[in-house]
Design a protein around this ligand. Structure first.
Ligand SMILES: NC(=O)c1ccc[n+]([C@@H]2O[C@H](COP(=O)([O-])OP(=O)(O)OC[C@H]3O[C@@H](n4cnc5c(N)ncnc54)[C@H](O)[C@@H]3O)[C@@H](O)[C@H]2O)c1
Length: 219
């Protein structure tokens, strides 16, 4: 049974990835600040905790870098924001690669439409998500064919961190201007992530796949 590490797997998009991975016969291992049944409590900003978690997880063919702070969460300086958003993705990925993942390994990073097209109020969120997209292209260029690397760019997804946003004037406006006329569901993103990890995506490497209902192409 192939193992998939899912950072931030205790909530929202990460939890949906965990559910779908298990349904598809993978062994998901959650790495999160919050404890989960069978998961590991890990702060992905901390190299020592990453090393300990890799040891506890064992060999993993797949990695999903999904954890990251909310744009509108606790205020962060630019450097700390970049480390929490993109630096942690690099730290986890580099440590995972040092373990020598099995053949046909794959990583999917969770970026955001805020990384390629949208500006955010916080200085670091858009910059950090853009950095994740760039880092994904670096991985795709340097690691294939042993490891494929792709990213997803979710639009507005209805997760705990976005609770109530859909009812605000801005949230309502975003939904009204979305061709699908609804917010995304965590399961919408999970399906894209599991596809990109899977052998069905064997020749897909280095893409940034929007999962936004067509919002970014329709503005
Ligand atoms: N919800 C959206 O609209 C949206 C849109 C675009 C991108 N994203 C991205 O999707 C990812 C998941 O977001 P979500 O909406 O599911 O959020 P969420 O808040 O529901 O879940 C995030 C999870 O990540 C964990 N986490 C945060 N920092 C961590 C750290 N340093 N170490 C370990 N775990 C950590 C949290 O504990 C939480 O369980 C994030 O990277 C987010 O930026 C979300």
């Amino acid at each position: 049974m192939d193992t998939v590490i899912v950072t931030g797997g205790a909530s929202g998009i990460g939890a949906a990835i965990v559910r779908l991975a298990a349904a598809q016969g993978l062994r998901p291992v959650v790495w999160d600040l919050s404890p989960t049944d069978g998961g590991l409590v890990v702060d992905v900003r901390d190299p020592l905790q990453i090393e300990a978690a890799l040891e506890a997880t064992g060999p993993a063919r797949y990695l999903v870098n999904n954890a990251g702070p909310a744009s509108g969460g606790a205020p962060l300086g630019f450097g700390d924001g970049l480390v929490a958003t993109a630096g942690s993705v690099e730290a986890v990925t580099a440590a995972w690669l040092r373990t020598g993942p099995p053949a046909d390994a794959a990583v999917v990073n969770v970026a955001s439409v805020a990384g390629n097209l949208v500006g955010t109020d916080s200085a670091w969120y858009s910059a950090g998500k853009a950095a994740i997209a760039g880092y994904t292209r670096h991985l795709a260029t340097r690691l294939a064919p042993a490891v494929r690397a792709n990213a997803v760019a979710p639009g507005f997804i209805d997760t705990p961190r976005m609770a109530g946003f859909g009812e605000t004037p801005l949230g309502r406006d975003l939904i009204a201007r979305n061709p699908m006329r609804r917010a995304g569901r965590p399961e919408d993103v999970a399906a894209a992530v599991l596809f990109l990890l899977s052998p069905s995506a064997a020749y897909i490497n280095g893409v940034l796949l929007p999962v936004d209902g067509g919002w970014t192409v329709s503005q």
